[in-house]
Unconditional design. Structure first.
Length: 307
């Protein structure tokens, strides 16, 4: 086998639903303002990164229906590990009993894109399936009295199985970038809460994602009119709308779950992608453009063919 494919998928969200009306009781805000500014109506809070990632991965393994001993390993994208050490990926590995390696990647909200690219290359090298998981529990680093972040951030997990295939590679191109000079516009100190300069993040995120996605699509030999599904990081509906407009991709081709999940960082891209998969929005050969952007400032894009 010389190609690769997405062979399995699964998601997990906490049981606790926090609506905008719930936040009205503790913050100087209201439902209409939050919806207008972010597109979010409710979010899920609770659980641990380990528990959410494990639940999502179990579903992905079941969908893939592959022998657990055949796996080369597991990569977890997270910015909220449960322990300083070991990596949370090791705890998931223990829970599942799969074979191979396990390690964490912290590239903030671009983490799943980074992990997907790394996993794809390792599948090619090892000729074995790799599990890639995006999971975050941002509620643990959110100051619930800070309106600028409390209305946005939430918890969740999404997992994919990338496996060797007789088809062509599912990954057609990628771009991974970081600009550490922008670290101070979005960060969280150890033991502290997330701090964000919203205006700068908004401006920089759109600019970075637009440049990155155009680069990937052009270098792969396609145009934006060829894209069947845009899967952006679910940071803010206004960012997502502005990006799709700049790229010339119709709103109906932009995957969105932010209304009911909020911003789940590393989990947001897989949650949105899997929502499209499970709603039968994709056909064999569909071109999927994924992009993520966040603290670092880190960003990345990947062009994927659905098989």
């Amino acid at each position: 086998m010389t190609g690769t494919s997405i062979a399995g998928w699964g998601t997990s969200l906490p049981d606790k639903i926090v609506t905008n009306f719930d936040l009205e009781k503790i913050l100087d805000t209201n439902n209409d303002w939050i919806v207008e500014r972010t597109g979010i109506r409710e979010r899920r809070l609770g659980g641990t990164t380990e528990s959410l990632a494990t639940a999502a991965t179990i579903k992905a393994l079941k969908t893939a229906d592959l022998d657990l001993d055949s796996y080369g390993g597991l990569i977890l994208a997270t910015t909220t590990p449960d322990k300083t050490t070991p990596g949370t990926s090791a705890l998931i590995h223990k829970n599942l009993g799969i074979s191979g390696f396990a390690f964490d990647i912290n590239a903030a909200c671009a983490g799943f894109i980074y992990s997907f690219v790394v996993a794809h290359q390792m599948v090619k090298s090892l000729n074995q399936p790799i599990v890639v998981v995006g999971a975050d529990t941002l509620s643990r680093i959110t100051d619930m009295t800070d309106r600028s972040t409390a209305i946005l951030l939430a918890d969740g997990a999404g997992a994919l199985v990338i496996a060797p295939s007789n088809e062509e590679d599912c990954l057609l191109g990628y771009d991974l970038q970081v600009d550490g000079n922008l670290e101070d516009i979005l960060y969280c100190d150890l033991g502290g809460y997330l701090k964000m300069n919203g205006k700068e993040v908004f401006k920089r995120a759109i600019r970075a994602a637009e440049k990155s996605t155009n680069k990937v699509v052009e270098e792969a030999g396609y145009s934006m009119s060829d894209i069947d599904l845009l899967v952006p990081h679910q940071a803010n509906k206004r960012i997502m709308d502005a990006l799709s407009e700049r790229l010339g991709i119709p709103a109906q081709k932009c995957a969105s779950v932010i209304e009911r999940t909020g911003n789940t960082s590393s989990a947001s891209v897989p949650l949105a992608l899997i929502d499209s998969i499970e709603s039968d929005s994709l056909k064999p050969g569909s071109l999927i453009l994924m992009t993520g952007f966040g603290a670092g400032m880190t960003w990345g894009s990947a062009l994927v063919r659905w098989q």
